[in-house]
Write a protein that binds this ligand. Structure first.
Ligand code: XMP
Ligand code: MG
Length: 194
């Protein structure tokens, strides 16, 4: 799937089948999770790690609901090739800049699906000597999990549908939609197997 295929990309209003989580829903998730994380990380100075690129919208809203002194870093690992089906392999695209040794690390994710990406990140950070490694994801596609990994915090469960918006992408597009919506099946059909 090359950039050429994206030149005639559709407008946002034409690709969403229906809205799943509104801006208010997402705000409520951030408030609730922010309170919980404020309690759980009280007295600690966690390193909050945003999983690029999908988690950036969630990260900016959630961390502003956390009354906890923390530092930020980012990691970009990819398992999804170009499309939307996992390739089954995870690789580091951009590594952390911070030494995680003895740190309490909180990974923020847009969505945990099979769990492969999260397990890779957790194992990597543990191996480097972090004191603790937990994850908070906006969405939990629990029915698709096929690796054994704990997801300590999440905003909501979501069914087995392909969702976009609020960081979630299709072909690295549509992250800026302010809510989470389900992609029209025909949009996926248009781009797969091409
Ligand atoms: P795994 O399978 O490793 O996948 O847990 C995690 C990554 O897969 C992407 N993903 C999605 N992205 N809508 C998206 O825009 C979805 O419905 C979806 N499901 C999985 C996502 O990048 C996540 O980090
Ligand atoms: Mg992602």
């Amino acid at each position: 799937l090359g950039v050429g295929k994206l030149v005639k990309a559709d407008n946002i209003n034409d690709i969403i089948d229906h809205k799943l989580f509104s801006e208010d829903d997402i705000h409520e998730m951030c408030v609730r999770l922010g309170k919980q994380l404020t309690e759980d990380y009280a007295g600690k100075k966690p390193l909050v790690v945003g999983a690029l690129k999908g988690a950036i919208y969630f990260l900016t809203d959630l961390t502003r609901q956390m009354d906890v002194a923390h530092q930020l870093d980012f990691i970009d690992v990819s398992s999804y090739g170009d499309g939307f089906e996992s390739t089954g392999k995870v690789k580091i695209v951009t590594d952390l800049a911070t030494d995680v040794k003895d740190r309490d690390v909180l990974i923020l994710e847009d969505i945990v699906d099979t769990g492969l990406t999260l397990k890779f990140m957790k194992d990597l950070i543990k191996k480097r000597g972090a004191k603790s490694v937990k994850c908070c994801a906006m969405l939990n596609k629990e029915s698709r999990r096929n690796v054994d990994v704990d997801l300590e915090y999440y905003g909501s469960k979501v069914g087995n549908e392909f969702v976009v918006g609020y960081g979630l992408d299709f072909l690295n597009m549509y992250r800026n939609i302010p809510y989470v919506g389900v992609l029209k099946p025909e949009v996926i059909q248009k781009y797969v197997n091409k």
